[in-house]
Ligand binder design. Structure first.
Ligand code: HEC
Ligand code: HEC
Length: 420
C-alpha cells in the first residue's frame, strides 16, 4: 500500500531527521574538509550512501523453495528462451526481454501473440522488486511468469500445452529438480491443450487440475530461479560511492546533487535499486493507448489470482497472505504505477509504462514541467510540481542516470541454451 505523501516539505523534514540520526559517513577521511565529500555536504553524502551498493544477494523468495536451486535455474533459462512455450511456437520470454536490450525490448509496447498496452521493463535486478508488473498484479516472480505464459498478448499458450511439452522434452530434467511428474498418457484425463475458461480444462477432475497447476507453478519457479541470477551491479555510480572519485564525471556529480536535492527524485527512486517499491500517479498520459487504471485493477487481479503468494501453490503462504489481506483497491490507487528501478535505465528506452517517452531527456522534461494536465486515469500525486530545473541541470540529471549502467550478468546467462 502506498504511504500517503502530503507534501514534499514533510518528506524533506523526515529526510533530515533520518540523516541527522544516521551514522557518520566512513568515506570522509579528509581531515581538512571534514564536512564535505567531493562536491557533497556530509548530509548529502549520507543520502547518497543509501543508493549503493546493491546487496550481492536479492531478498529471499520464501514462496518458492526452488528459487536458489542451481538446477532449477538451468532449467528456467531453457524455458525462458524456448519459443515452444507459446501458442504458435514463435514467442518466448526472451522475445520481449532480450539480453541485447537490457532484458527489455526497443518497442513502446511489446509485440507477442498480440500487441500489448504497456512497455516491457528490464529484468536486470528484477529479483529485488517487491511487486512485479507496472501495476504490481504479481507478488512473486514465479506467478508473474505464469501470467506471461498464458497472456493473450504475450505467449498465449495454455498450462495443459506446457505440461505436455515438459512431458515430451523436459521430463527427466524436471523430475531431477521437482521430484515427480504426473502421468499424462490418458489424454481424456489430461487434454493436450487448455486453461481456465476452456471447456477441455474446466471439465477436468479437480485433482487432475491441481496436478497440472503444480507443473505450471513449477515452470514459473524454475524461471524465477534463472531470473534471480540476472543481477547487474558495480555501475560507475557504485564505484564512485565506493571511493573512486573519478568513476563519474563532474556533470554527473552535479546531476546526482539535483537527483537528491532540487529534483526530489529520491522521494521515490530511493534505496540501492532506486525504487521505493511503491506505486504513484505521475499523470503519464495514455496517448493512443486505452485507459489504464494501473494499481487499482492490479490489486484486484492479485487478490483473485490462485497463484498469488498466499495460495496453495506457494511454498510459504502465511506472510504473503497477510500482505494481500491488507490490500484493498481505493480511488487513491487509480492511475498509480510502480516506481521502476533506474539501474540500467540507459539500456531500456523508451520510457514510462506507456513507452511514450523516447529518451531520458524527455522523461526529465516531463518531470520538470510538473507533468501534464490530463490524459491519464485518477489524480496526479500532490507532490508533483514544476521543478524549475535549468537546461543545464536537466542535462546533468541525464548524465547522472547514464552512470547507473552496471556490469552485465555472467555471459552464459545471456545466451539461449541448447534446448532438448
Ligand atoms: C510480448 C512480450 C512479452 C513476453 C513474451 C514476456 N514479457 Fe515480461 N513483460 C512484458 C511487458 C510489456 C511487461 C509489463 C506489463 C505490465 O506491467 O502489465 C512485462 C513485465 C515483466 C516482468 C515484471 C518486471 C517489473 O519490473 O515489473 C517480469 C518479471 C517479466 N515480464 C518476465 C517475463 C517472463 C519470465 C516471461 C516469459 C515467461 C515474459 N516476461 C514474457 C513483455 C513481455
Ligand atoms: C512521486 C514519485 C516519483 C518522483 C518524485 C520521481 N519519480 Fe521517476 N518514476 C516514478 C514512477 C511511478 C514512474 C513510472 C510512471 C509511469 O510509467 O506511469 C517513474 C518513471 C521514471 C523513469 C522511467 C523509467 C522507465 O524504465 O521507464 C525515469 C527515467 C525516472 N522516473 C526518473 C526520475 C527522475 C530523474 C526524477 C527526478 C527529476 C524522478 N524520476 C522523480 C516515480 C517518481
Amino acid at each position: 500500500m502506498k504511504k500517503p505523501l502530503t507534501s514534499i516539505g514533510i518528506i524533506n523534514c523526515l529526510l533530515l531527521i533520518i540523516i541527522a540520526c544516521g551514522e557518520d559517513t566512513t568515506f570522509n577521511n579528509d581531515i581538512d574538509n571534514e564536512f564535505e565529500v567531493d562536491i557533497f555536504t556530509e548530509r548529502e553524502w549520507a543520502v547518497i550512501q543509501r543508493l549503493s551498493p546493491l546487496p550481492i544477494e536479492p531478498p529471499p523468495s520464501h514462496t518458492n523453495r526452488f528459487a536458489d536451486n542451481p538446477d532449477a535455474a538451468i532449467l528456467g533459462q531453457k524455458f525462458f528462451f524456448d519459443e515452444r512455450f507459446s501458442k504458435d511456437g514463435t514467442v518466448a520470454c526472451s522475445t520481449c526481454h532480450s539480453p541485447f536490450y537490457g532484458f527489455a525490448d526497443a518497442e513502446a509496447t511489446s509485440l507477442g501473440a498480440g500487441r500489448g498496452t504497456r512497455n516491457a521493463p528490464t529484468l536486470l535486478n528484477v529479483a529485488y522488486n517487491k511487486w512485479q508488473f507496472w501495476d504490481g498484479r504479481a507478488d512473486t516472480l514465479w506467478s508473474q511468469a505464469l501470467i506471461a505464459l498464458e497472456g493473450d498478448t504475450e505467449q498465449a499458450g495454455t498450462r495443459l500445452q506446457f505440461a505436455h511439452l515438459i512431458n515430451e522434452y523436459y521430463k527427466s530434467e524436471y523430475i531431477k529438480v521437482f521430484g515427480e511428474f504426473p502421468n499424462l498418457t490418458d489424454t481424456n484425463k489430461f487434454p493436450k491443450d487448455g486453461k481456465p475458461g476452456d471447456q477441455q480444462y474446466d471439465n477436468m477432475a479437480e485433482k487432475d487440475k491441481v496436478s497440472i497447476n503444480t507443473v505450471f507453478a513449477n515452470i514459473g519457479k524454475a524461471i524465477e530461479a534463472y531470473e534471480r541470477l540476472l543481477i547487474s551491479r558495480n555501475a560507475p555510480f557504485d564505484k564512485y560511492v565506493a571511493g573512486d572519485r573519478n568513476a563519474i564525471g563532474e556533470e554527473a556529480k552535479r546531476g546526482l546533487k539535483t537527483f537528491i536535492g532540487k529534483g526530489v527524485c529520491i522521494l521515490c527512486h530511493d534505496n540501492p535499486n532506486f525504487t521505493d517499491n511503491e506505486f504513484h500517479n505521475l499523470g503519464v498520459p495514455q496517448g493512443q493507448l486505452s485507459t489504464d487504471t494501473g494499481r487499482y485493477d492490479g490489486i484486484k487481479q492479485l487478490i483473485d489470482n490462485p497463484f498469488n503468494g498466499g495460495g496453495i501453490y506457494s511454498d510459504e503462504p502465511t506472510v504473503s497472505q497477510r500482505i494481500i489481506d491488507f490490500l484493498e483497491p481505493t480511488s487513491l490507487h487509480q492511475g498509480q504505477f510502480k516506481t521502476p528501478t533506474l539501474r540500467n535505465v540507459a539500456l531500456t528506452a523508451p520510457y514510462f509504462h506507456t513507452g511514450g517517452f523516447p529518451t531520458l531527456a524527455s522523461v526529465i522534461e516531463f518531470n520538470n514541467a510538473g507533468g501534464v494536465p490530463s490524459g491519464f486515469v485518477g489524480t496526479r500525486e500532490g507532490t508533483l510540481e514544476p521543478l524549475h530545473l535549468t537546461v543545464q541541470e536537466a542535462e546533468e540529471l541525464v548524465e547522472f542516470l547514464l552512470t547507473l549502467t552496471g556490469e552485465l550478468p555472467a555471459e552464459y546467462l545471456l545466451r539461449k541454451p541448447i534446448l532438448p
